[in-house]
Design a protein around this ligand. Structure first.
Ligand code: SF4
Ligand code: F3S
Length: 317
């Protein structure tokens, strides 16, 4: 029997994401906790504004460049013999070799601004977007990458000949090179779990319940309602034009800059123009839609949008 056609998709509510990296760590423990894959973070939460992971990937995309080795984490080695040598007068210390100067979410929760009054940042879950028009599939000369009937984009490593055209082509830079196996690797949307009727672990483990997951081709799914009916979620860098299937509810409900002055209280802490740069001009309308829904809920009126945003579980398989 032919597999039912779907498009699995995520909607990440950036008003909820805490930046705790639970989705990143559990993904690493599950899929890339092995030799040759140490630098791979199939799921990573980036602090914005910031360079992201791999380092400055948007700049690389804008320049049409591949990420370089230094843009990824270097595998640290620790000498436990030296730790024992330090047990005398010095405090025992484990020093990584090589010295770590860069890694995933290196500038965690720094953002912009220097004081509690003007500092601002937010967190963005990043992973392969399982695009509807995937640039990686089109680029691979070996036809090693394909899109399954459920929309998951997969690399067949038996066919991969190491051309790396996929790494160049993916505008989101979500394909990683395994130098030991000499093949490309990336997020597989936890398809072995999907085939058991379970959600990807990033979605089911998110402590903030920020990751909605479901079939966006089904109009009654929560992800479809958030994207197509209530229109509160957008892809990041839609201009990349790959039909990305991770959508984001922009962080437009975060607290104002505060203080005693009413104007300062009302002024959004995260500049709208920064959000427009990531998600496009629709951000302004989304802010109004969400604020109206919050007002309705506060007044005790029914808001189907708020009902979805607070419902649990927020994933449907
Ligand atoms: Fe391919 Fe990149 Fe899209 Fe993933 S995000 S499907 S790797 S083009
Ligand atoms: Fe194709 Fe990328 Fe492998 S371009 S051959 S999947 S490294």
């Amino acid at each position: 029997m032919a597999e039912k056609t779907r498009q699995w998709a995520k909607v990440v509510d950036l008003n909820k994401c805490l930046g705790c990296q639970e989705c990143s760590v559990i993904c690493k423990m599950w899929w890339t906790n092995r030799e040759g894959a140490q630098h791979m973070w199939w799921s990573i939460v980036e602090t914005r504004p910031g360079p992201g992971y791999p380092k400055d990937w948007e700049k690389r995309t804008a320049r049409g460049q591949m990420p370089e080795a230094d843009d990824y984490e270097k595998v640290p080695h620790f000498s436990y013999e030296k730790l024992q040598d330090n047990m005398g007068s010095k405090m025992p210390r484990l020093i990584p070799n090589p010295k770590q100067e860069w890694g995933p979410n290196w500038y965690d929760s720094i953002g912009e601004g220097n004081t509690p009054a003007d500092n601002w940042f937010f967190h963005v879950h990043m992973a392969c977007m399982h695009c509807s028009a995937p640039a990686c599939v089109a680029a691979c000369p070996s036809k090693a990458i394909y899109k399954r009937a459920d929309g998951v984009v997969i690399i067949n490593q038996e066919l991969c000949k190491g051309f790396k055209a996929c790494i160049q082509a993916c505008p989101y830079k979500r394909i990683f090179w395994n130098d030991q196996l000499r093949v490309a690797e990336k997020c597989i949307m936890c398809y072995p779990l999907l085939e058991q009727g379970k959600a990807p672990i990033c979605a089911s483990s998110c402590v903030a319940r920020a990751i909605f997951f479901g079939d966006i081709s089904n109009p009654s799914s929560k992800v479809s309602k958030l994207v197509n009916e209530y229109k509160v979620a957008l892809p990041i860098h839609k201009e990349y034009n790959t039909g990305a299937n991770i959508y984001y509810i922009p962080p437009v409900l975060t607290a104002g800059i505060g203080g005693t002055d009413q104007m300062a209280q009302d002024q959004a802490r995260i500049p709208e123009e920064y959000l427009v740069g990531l998600f496009g001009p629709e951000v302004k309308k989304i802010k109004n839609r969400l604020q109206n829904a919050v007002v309705m809920a506060r007044e005790g009126k029914s808001s189907p949008l708020i009902d979805i945003l607070v419902e649990y579980p927020n994933y449907e398989v």
